[in-house]
Design a protein around this ligand. Sequence first.
Ligand code: ADP
Length: 264
Amino acid sequence: MSKTIAEFRNVSFRYDEEQPWVLKNVSFTIRENEWVAIIGHNGSGKSTIAKLMNGLLFPEEGEIFIDGLAVNEETVWDVRRNVGMVFQNPDNQFVGTTVQDDVAFGMENRGFPREQMIQRIKETLHAVRMDKYLLTEPHRLSGGQKQRVAIASVLAISPQILILDEATAMLDPKGRKEIMETVSEVQRTQELSLITITHDLHEVVQAERVIVMNEGQIWKEGTPREIFLEKEALRQIGLDVPFVTLLANELNKHGLQIADEPLN
Ligand code: ADP
């Protein structure tokens, strides 16, 4: 069994004492090199989990550990170096005037030596297949390309955990496909745990494990297959199983199997 890299232990959080709990008693672990999808309808608490995980917020109750380190105001810089995040809007994530400046930015802030920076820029842009765009100005890129550069910028500082928070939500179908291909390649080739937050079940099938959030609590955890088999219950909490999966299941029921493992 691989090592635990992140742990939420009975975490409760609210944005304001006057407001209701946004997360209530949430516990889960993420293992090294594991791909976990967190799903749930809008407002179920997914982004709040991501922000707690990299110390943008702190729990009101319970504890969070990243690589064995309790997340608090003293450890927050180590935690942030270890937990990289890519957000929804590709246009809000650029700070550099060229792709290579952008990838360099996080490393510069952390005092990486110049030689290592040059090497990491090459390696990470190669990992997301953007090596040809080193000197391109970000505004010339498509949404999918921008998100790939955002992923490279995070990979450059070698985090142990990469969180994609609805990173495909603002992309067209081509951009989404591009990102999902990039993400699965990154997960295969880089040593890191991947957390994809989405309300689109199409993006969940490739994950090893799925955590389903509902109203600030974990509703269910399991493999994609186990989760998809609960389709009626998923509908009741506002999630729809992808049409293709339903179709594959229907065909299977009628003995017209279209693949051995239609859910993978
Ligand atoms: P999700 O990512 O699943 O859509 P969020 O974690 O963004 O859910 O939000 C969970 C709940 O917290 C929602 O009810 C949302 O309105 C509330 N919320 C999110 N951000 C803030 C904030 N900055 N201040 C107050 N309430 C917030």
